[in-house]
Design a protein around this ligand. Sequence first.
Ligand SMILES: Nc1ncnc2c1ncn2[C@@H]1O[C@H](COP(=O)(O)OP(=O)(O)OP(=O)(O)O)[C@@H](O)[C@H]1O
Ligand SMILES: [Mg+2]
Length: 141
Amino acid sequence: MRLTYVVTPGDFANAGKISSSVKSLLKQLNIPPGDIKRIIVALYEAEVNMVAHSYGGEITCDIEAEQALVEALDVGPGIPDVGLAMTEGWSTATSEIRELGFGAGMGLPNIKKHTDELEIVSGKDSPTKISMKFYYRGGPS
Ligand SMILES: Nc1ncnc2c1ncn2[C@@H]1O[C@H](COP(=O)(O)OP(=O)(O)OP(=O)(O)O)[C@@H](O)[C@H]1O
Ligand SMILES: [Mg+2]
């Protein structure tokens, strides 16, 4: 099953809604709770990053019998140094974003922690593509 969602930049009021929709759907599909948790944590961080840091884009989820693939693709402005951005606590969040409770610099490290395979393709003035793969392990959350 393939699901595609559009992410609007700066729309913090709706940030997290894609994650909530996908969570309900994964529950209906009886995906193991522990796997739902990992997928949703990572998806939520990618979704909020797109709202906070990008000019907008799309999130596509491919839900299969044994695995899920989530791809977040935006139109820029890109991450100049992906290795640096993966560092815990590293953030370019503005004071406005921090006032909303984001900007701890923990989103990308959190994505890394919860995915089985992670690929980030980006660069200065480039689109950012984050591909996250999850193999269902089974078990409780
Ligand atoms: N889609 C994106 N487009 C452009 N830059 C991004 C994107 N996602 C992340 N970044 C950059 O990587 C940095 C680190 O991201 P990360 O999610 O780890 O932290 P954060 O979003 O700043 O804070 P937190 O996720 O803890 O609220 C961001 O501050 C931003 O500079
Ligand atoms: Mg973040």
